[in-house]
Ligand binder design. Structure first.
Ligand SMILES: [Zn+2]
Length: 114
């Protein structure tokens, strides 16, 4: 049975809002705000799994799978480019890495290329 569209939209809106609040708390950098940040990320993940809705685009790769913190470059993570492999590497404070591709994968459509 397909989910009603209102459920998907509401869940996505709540996740976006929670992750926005998590980003604000991460930028504050105090111990209390870090605990709140992780709590917001946990709630957003629970919404995603409960309603079977994907975490909105552009936000999923900013959550550390190891410690659950919201990654803000320059605050709690480093961003590196792996030019030979064509991906971004987000290095969290806990030591975990998240990879995000910025080049189209090989074998896909090559429109605009010679
Ligand atoms: Zn981490």
């Amino acid at each position: 049975m397909k989910k009603p569209q209102i459920v998907e939209k509401t869940a996505a809106d709540r996740m976006r809002r929670l992750l926005g609040m998590a980003e604000e708390r991460a930028k504050e950098g105090t111990a209390a705000s870090m605990a709140l940040e992780k709590r917001y990320v946990t709630i957003a993940r629970r919404i995603s799994t409960h309603y079977k809705v994907r975490i909105p685009d552009g936000l999923k790769h900013r959550i550390c799978k190891n410690c659950g913190s919201f990654l803000v470059p320059g605050v709690n993570c480093k961003v590196r480019l792996s030019s030979s492999h064509g991906y971004l590497v987000y290095l969290c404070e806990c030591g975990a890495e998240t990879h995000s591709f910025y080049k189209p994968a090989r074998g896909k459509s090559s429109k605009g290329r010679a």
